[in-house]
Design a protein around this ligand. Sequence first.
Ligand code: DQA
Length: 145
Amino acid sequence: MTRVLILNGPNLNLLGTRQPEVYGTTTLSDIETMCREHAPVAEITFVQSNHEGALIDAIHAAKTAQDGIILNAGAYTHTSVALHDAIASVELPCVEVHLSNIHAREPFRHHSYIAPVAVGQIAGFGAQSYLLALDALLAHVKGSK
Ligand code: DQA
């Protein structure tokens, strides 16, 4: 079984009620259920934190426990060199994911510190982005074995 950490950053615990016109009405718990149903072949660990250090700790812990990471770093995507370094350090394949199309939004969202250390980025498909990211990561891990 491929082991996947799906890691969610700040404010994503508010999905469902947070700016539904941007992020939709699906909750993070709904997304977790969708991911588990979509990829029963994967062993999924689903985590959310509003704290940068906790996200970094989760990435470090993944090094020996996971085969890959799906990361929605929320606003830390656009600010965090520390998350960039953490992903680079653990040498696990990482797929960057966003519900919204960050490239079609405010200019400050166009730059991602995660993108240079990710296998690829999926953005703009709402909750579906997570399922596309899972497909992409599982295919990538399978292809590299
Ligand atoms: C987000 C996009 C980020 O710009 C924003 O700060 C978020 C959510 C997304 O999933 O669309 O918190 O990562």
